[in-house]
Design a protein. Structure first.
Length: 422
């Protein structure tokens, strides 16, 4: 009997995280065992979900049984992790002089906890840590004392080396990328996501697809290509099939479980490789769009741009969208740019089916947002996103203006013909 996609996802996550991750049914029961990894005196950082669902109470009871002292319970972060919330948490952790922290929440709270612990442990200002490997330069490779309890099928921040921080003055996101901010242990009990509202469920699911697809696109010719193909395909398949069911019935536990597994595989994907165009552009759209929605708009257009280098990925992923009814079976047999355009249309139809905008203009963007995205792409601190692209771009050589700008203009209008032939 062949392995189901759910079984495959479980196997892959076990291979990825081993004993550092408890997921699925009764996963929260592991928190007491994990707590000893971060010391005897801890702070709890929690978003609203942790309080509303009773997770906070369960965690506190587990810690009490283990003899772990909770010094304080701190509020998490607002959406998109404003830098002000990071500084507030860093100050509170410093005042408490805790050994470590347990963070309960979605991606924004977990990202804030990561960054706040970095400032608490190593000092300085947050800008010093944007980019790749800047934390390890001070930590010597030691991981921050954090246990992450995820409450949303979305960013998979509980599994990754990423922390996204937003400057709310300029509405620009920047990224810390460092193995030192991977939590020492993680927990995600998927049934807690049944309280996620439909809009948040959609955004999180499409963020998971973006993680899988962007890394998979950028993996051509890489040593990890076969592994990421399995991980990303499984993640996208689970999400595309489960999201409509979760939207129809928010308490459909099979669908919620599949979304949790699928978005977790998105986290596995971004630990194998890196995201690129969709994520890079989304960092400049935080004033008008949730992150997952921004990625969902941009990725079909980047799919067409990268067509020459992602033919194997396109052939495989086209089957997912065909089986789900978003493209025809005959279109899966196309090649070259025509195949990429068929997949892009499938992705767009999927977004349309869940009432997502499919162009930047429809989402409320202006041409100034395109200018902002182009400018941000030239920031040296975001250089890794250009390098991760299936067709790597060099800002100094003019690639951003030559290739990215017209692709963004296509995403603005919905006209695939504006995307350059590479």
């Amino acid at each position: 009997m062949s392995e189901t996609y759910v079984e495959k996802a479980k196997r892959l996550l076990k291979e990825f995280k081993g004993d550092d991750y408890a997921f699925g049914e009764k996963a929260l029961e592991k928190i007491g065992e994990y707590s000893h990894r971060i010391g005897k005196k801890v702070a709890i950082i929690t978003g609203r979900t942790g309080r509303r669902t009773g997770i906070l109470d369960q965690v506190q009871e587990s810690l009490k049984r283990e003899g772990i002292e909770v010094l304080d319970v701190l509020d998490g972060a607002r959406p998109n992790t404003p830098r002000e919330d990071v500084y507030r948490l860093a100050y509170q952790l410093t005042r408490l002089k805790c050994d470590g922290a347990i963070a309960i929440g979605g991606g924004s709270t977990l990202d804030a906890a990561k960054a706040a612990l970095v400032l608490y442990k190593y000092g300085g200002v947050i800008d010093e840590y944007f980019g790749t490997g800047m934390v390890s330069a001070k930590s010597g490779g030691e991981r921050i004392p954090l246990i992450a309890i995820q409450t949303a099928s979305s960013s998979a921040s509980h599994l990754t080396k990423y922390s996204n921080i937003t400057d709310v003055v300029t509405y620009q996101k920047k990224l810390i990328v460092d193995d030192s901010i991977v939590p020492r242990a993680s927990v995600f009990q998927y049934d807690v996501t049944k309280s996620m509202p439909p809009s948040f469920t959609k955004d999180g699911a499409l963020d998971g697809i973006a993680h899988c697809w962007e890394v998979w696109m950028g993996a051509t010719g890489k040593s990890y290509y076969e592994r990421v193909s399995e991980v990303a395909y499984t993640g996208i398949k689970l999400i595309v099939d489960a999201l409509p069911k979760a939207l129809e019935n928010g308490e459909d536990m099979e669908a919620r479980y599949a979304l949790g597994l699928g978005t977790d595989l998105g986290g596995y994907s971004i630990m194998l490789g890196g995201t690129n165009g969709g994520h890079l552009g989304s960092f400049s759209l935080v004033d008008i769009l949730p992150h997952g929605r921004a990625c969902a708009i941009l990725n079909p257009y980047y799919t067409v741009l990268f067509a020459p280098t992602i033919q194997d990925q396109l052939k495989k992923v086209s089957k997912i969208y065909a089986e789900a009814g978003f493209i025809s079976e005959s279109e899966t047999k196309l090649t070259g740019r025509k195949l990429a355009e068929a997949v892009a249309r499938g992705m767009i139809e999927f977004s349309r089916s869940i009432e997502f905008p499919t162009t930047l203009k429809e989402a409320g963007a202006t041409e100034k947002h395109i200018e902002k995205m182009v400018k941000a792409a030239k920031d040296p601190q975001l250089k890794m996103k250009l390098q991760n692209m299936p067709i790597p771009m060099d800002a100094e050589a003019g690639d951003v203006d030559r290739l990215m700008k017209p692709t963004l203009e296509a995403a603005y209008t919905g006209d695939l013909s504006l995307i350059p032939e590479v």
